[in-house]
Design a protein around this ligand. Sequence first.
Ligand SMILES: NC(=O)c1ccc[n+]([C@@H]2O[C@H](COP(=O)([O-])OP(=O)(O)OC[C@H]3O[C@@H](n4cnc5c(N)ncnc54)[C@H](O)[C@@H]3O)[C@@H](O)[C@H]2O)c1
Length: 347
Amino acid sequence: MKLLSVDGLRNLVASLGQTAFYGAVLETLEWDFVRWGEFTKTPRLATHYPFGVIELMPCADRQFYTFKYVNGHPQNTQRGKLCVVALGVLAAVESGYPLLISEMTLLTAIRTAAVTALAAQSLARPDSRHLAIIGTGAQAEFQVGMVQQVLELESLSYFDIDAKAMDKFAGNMAASGLQLKPCHSIEETLKDADMVITATAAKRVNDLIQLDWLKPGVHIHAMGGDCPGKTELGQALLTASKIVVEYREQSLVEGEVQNLDDSAVHAELWQLLAGQLPGRESDTELTLCDAVGFALEDFSIIKLMYDYSGQECYRQYFDEIAMLPTMVDPKDLYGFFTSAPGVSSQP
Ligand SMILES: NC(=O)c1ccc[n+]([C@@H]2O[C@H](COP(=O)([O-])OP(=O)(O)OC[C@H]3O[C@@H](n4cnc5c(N)ncnc54)[C@H](O)[C@@H]3O)[C@@H](O)[C@H]2O)c1
């Protein structure tokens, strides 16, 4: 079985080049969304705590089964820990044997950003030049970098309640080629924005954006609210928006739409990507992608990693973990167990 560590992934991406890697992630994810019907899908299994959530996210097609372990602990950063950490497993459906264990903290940030970009392709005005982001924590730079793959951005305004997070973001984005506009409030950040990303972490019901702060035709991508009782947008904004979600069954429990019914949802993202339903239909409509994170997105990126692991030039970035050897008698697990030197064979 293969293992992709955080360092293995960083080295793999360095050898591929970040732009090429982001491009491959986008292409793979779009293809997987389009073949939506081929997947066994289920909402994630979430265990809630007053301070956070721990989740298991399974997904499978006919060949591969994946799951991700992931958390969301908004207060973690106050004690030097990430809000979101994750690991993933890919297994062969035919035998059930695991094939790859992967770090998924970075991969979650990257696949989440890829969802933002794919949604923007269908929902943002193609001439969008000014991106605004609220919340400049761990996910933020990935979000902007991926959107730059699909929109010809020129400027980026940003705001966070934590000044240090804004400074960190400015440093990381210095080479982005974008005109950076640090702001003192959400209202100021949204001025003239064509697209807005909300990426805040707070386990509460929030109402970050007033409708009259937005110019006509804005696309909002809300990805920070992803649990019951953890939302970023208010009722007035939701009612005024054309809303797209990833997977209705999960989003109606966890998303911005958690207090609305199914009729509030225009489409699932795959329906736009497959050309089944229209995305943006006018330059003035307000569009909203209510993204909570869906297991198919993890399937897609961990399968991409597995594909890299099979290519000679990228094999060096993966470690091997010894699992069970091919056994002469697969029913004699006990005999195998006790054949190790020094282990008693007494039952
Ligand atoms: N939709 C998905 O698929 C997905 C994937 C990963 C993370 N998330 C969620 O995205 C959010 C951000 O994740 P992260 O890893 O960047 O967290 P993080 O803690 O690193 O960053 C969040 C930032 O939001 C800021 N913030 C909080 N409230 C704010 C407010 N009212 N206005 C402005 N800034 C505010 C914080 O100061 C912090 O800098 C989390 O809630 C996480 O659970 C969603």
